[in-house]
Design a protein around this ligand. Sequence first.
Ligand SMILES: [Mn+2]
Length: 326
Amino acid sequence: MYDRIITHDDFDGIISAALASNILKIDRYEFAGPRTISDNRFPITESDVVCDLPCPSEVGLWFDHHAGNVEDLSYLGRSPEDIPGRFDTKPSCARVVFEHFTSEFPERFTAMVDEADRIDSFDWHSIEDWRAETPGKVVDGAIKLKSGERRERFAFLARLVSALRDGELQAVSELAWVRTRYDAHVAEEISMKEKIERDASFLDMDTGREIVILDRTHHKNQDPINKNLAYLIYSEALAVIEIKSRFRRGIKTNDIAFSMSLSLNLNEKEHGKDVGEIMRRLNIGDGHKGAGAGTIDCASKDAMLTQKDRILNKIFKYWKEMPYEL
Ligand SMILES: [Mn+2]
């Protein structure tokens, strides 16, 4: 009935595919990011199962947990009830697939779904907890590896789905072909950390060094970094802001993007800091309590430099108005 699984190319997508593959006996997999699906760049038919991605116009089964995707459907006059499969606002799509077929899964899938919940919702108690090496995080790191060819990565992901469909998460995390990619990912993080160290600063008025600022706008090529790695250098900081130039067709523009997130160490506290609220007050973007982003278009480089300072000063002002302890 269904002959192909199309899934998000992240940990949650991979676990979702392993679950669906186990139950539906499908062994053809394709991987995509959300934009590829919403831009209709990937032909999908009624014989496809789609996981952890926006809902295509035609689909066999659709499994997802992103509230934003249901909102997009509603603009088209569609609702999840009319689409075969299941939608639920769970911490992971893997959880949605698991609950849909629940009693039919072998016990070993429980650990995978628990890990998908934590990894997909970034649900860590502290920085230490986030950094602790677990089987799930080894597999996640192997998926996140940036270097290498696309084709090679997709072949790895397909092999990974099959391995997780048939074996324990722990055993899969110990396979040499998984471990090699994980080790390369760890090396990439070390070089990201060095880049972060070079770009990091604090505002003059931020005497308590609460917000790490990673200004990457002076770089010609802004290779991706994981801004959370800043907490490994500034473990006492409460938030990180990354500022990047926006590119259009490979060309750097004067438009800039801010992304901000709270330290995981704040998860242990009752506090009033809210990044989404800061972005909304600035009227440049949106987000939730723990993370948010915004963009601002600038007519010239001078305008960009002025706006950047203005926005940073305002962020700091709004930040200080929010209580640290409730
Ligand atoms: Mn997901």
